[in-house]
Design a protein around this ligand. Structure first.
Ligand SMILES: O=C(O)C1=C[C@@H](OP(=O)(O)O)[C@@H](O)[C@H](O)C1
Ligand SMILES: C=C(OP(=O)(O)O)C(=O)O
Length: 455
């Protein structure tokens, strides 16, 4: 039984009794999809987004945009990918949206709960925001404070600075410079950058002194804006951005595969001493998942990218521990891989993971310890000392990346069960099927591949 008294749903993770030899088509990037969708809503003309990720987080974004009067149509292509055509709200739809209080369900999606309030600020709307129980604990205050500096008003239903709240953006003013504390999430900065061009005087945004969480995601936001023609100048110290005011034309883009979600599959090559290939790996990317190439090489794998964009990772039998900073959303998978290594690892610069889908540092400390490692959460990360491996039932805390980290451990340790594997639908609804297919290339000794019930 769970803490809430309901039945837990356990997934028997496939165990690889031999080397994998698999090619895995990884679905599109959540972070890029939700950036493109939001920017398409701010454009003057329709946009076409090929290879749009369809998952819980992107469905929540699509529904939120529809509430603002955006029209969305989607088409499934022959290769199974989805093309979304998005028509921004016209004047009539915009004034209809302003005439009522809109409701946005953020689920557990950081990109929705941080980016959409910023969008609301430039539409003049009145909007009520809420989400999952766990989302009500996720930090929001820095981005809401920044919007308040522009004149947006908030009323909080429960606790100041947290969901649920109602936002009123009927009188937004021009500000020279807005400063924002990004130590708890890069998404506060990204949210403001995404709407900067739509503010009457543009925006000069500064990161307040201190740590900047997940810096790669800010680089992604700036690159995405520039790709679509928004002028962004970076301050000399790299901690500030000037966005020129201006219109945004509709655009056509193709979303890259989600390289963070490629991580567990690539790490599976090391865990099984096999080979995993991921096609359509971009030659250049701003995704933090691009770092897998260096991380997995440093940990002992052979990694190569061929001319056709196929990334191939082969496990050599050696998995070395690593000392690594700013792994951001890669951290749960990386931490699981560190458990399988032959030496200790230190992950740094990820203290803010305490405010992710769950307190990931606490969750990783608890769950990874169950399979035999000695794991300690530090101020800014994790210290992982591998031990004698043993099977365990691993909780997923409604966190897609805790679930995929559990699957990775199950591949290497016979008898691991993962709670609620369906939570992976946040960013990859196909995860269980893709994982089982991949694992099937290695004479699996798993007892079952269908979810089973246990008390
Ligand atoms: O902007 C984005 O798309 C994201 C930014 C990061 O958030 P944090 O800065 O809160 O880590 C990352 O962890 C999250 O998965 C996606
Ligand atoms: C932290 C994550 O998500 P979110 O966008 O909800 O912050 C994540 O996907 O690891």
């Amino acid at each position: 039984m769970s803490a809430h008294g309901c039945e837990l749903n356990w997934w028997e993770a496939p165990f690889a009794s031999g080397a994998l030899d698999a090619t895995v088509h990884v679905p599109a990037s959540k972070s890029l999809t939700n950036r493109y969708l939001l920017l398409a809503a701010l454009a003057d003309t329709p946009s076409t987004i090929h290879n749009t990720l369809i998952s819980r987080d992107t469905e929540l974004m699509l529904r939120a945009l529809q509430a603002f009067g955006v029209q969305i149509s989607r088409e499934t292509q022959e290769d199974g990918s989805t093309t979304v055509v998005l028509r921004p709200a016209d004047a009539q739809a915009r004034s209809a949206a302003r005439a009522q209080t809109l409701h946005v369900d953020c689920g557990l999606a950081g990109t929705v709960m941080r980016f959409v309030p910023a969008l609301a600020a430039v539409t003049g709307a009145r909007v009520h925001f809420d989400g999952d129980e766990a989302a009500r604990a996720r930090p929001m205050a820095p981005v809401l404070d920044a919007l308040a500096e522009l004149g947006v008003e908030f009323s909080f239903a429960d606790q100041p600075g947290l969901m649920p709240f109602t936002l009123d953006a009927s009188s937004v003013s021009v500000r020279d410079t807005v400063s924002i504390d990004a130590s708890a999430s890069s998404q506060f900065i990204s949210a403001m950058l995404l709407i900067g061009h739509a503010l009457p005087g543009g925006l000069h945004l500064r990161a307040a002194p201190g740590h900047i969480a997940s810096p790669d995601h800010i680089v992604m936001t700036v690159a995405t804006l520039r790709e679509l023609g928004v002028q962004v100048a970076t301050d000399a110290d790299g901690r500030g951005w000037k966005i020129a005011p201006g219109r945004l034309d509709g655009f056509t883009v193709t979303v890259e595969p989600d390289l963070s979600n490629a991580g567990p599959f690539l790490a599976a090559a090391l865990a099984s001493q096999g080979t995993v290939r991921v096609p359509f790996w971009p030659a250049q990317t701003t995704q933090v998942g691009g770092r897998w190439v260096q991380i997995l090489s440093a940990m002992g794998a052979h990694v190569s990218l061929d001319e056709d964009g196929v990334l191939t990772v082969t496990g050599t039998g050696t998995i070395r521990g690593i000392d690594y900073s700013d792994a951001s959303e890669l951290a749960p998978t990386l931490a699981a891989l560190c458990v399988l290594a032959d030496s200790p690892s230190t992950l740094r610069g990820i203290g803010h993971l305490r405010g992710h889908e769950t307190d990931r540092l606490a969750a990783l400390e608890t769950e990874l310890s169950k399979v035999g490692a000695s794991v300690r959460a530090t101020d800014d990360g994790l210290q992982i000392d591998p031990g004698v491996l043993q099977a365990a039932d691993l909780h997923s805390y409604e966190d897609h990346r805790m679930a995929t980290a559990g699957a990775l451990l199950g591949l290497a340790i016979d008898g691991v069960r993962v709670e609620n594997i369906a939570t992976t639908a946040k960013t990859m609804p196909d995860f269980p099927a893709l994982w089982e297919q991949m694992a099937g290339t290695a004479n699996i000794s798993s007892t079952s591949s269908t979810p089973s019930q246990a008390g």
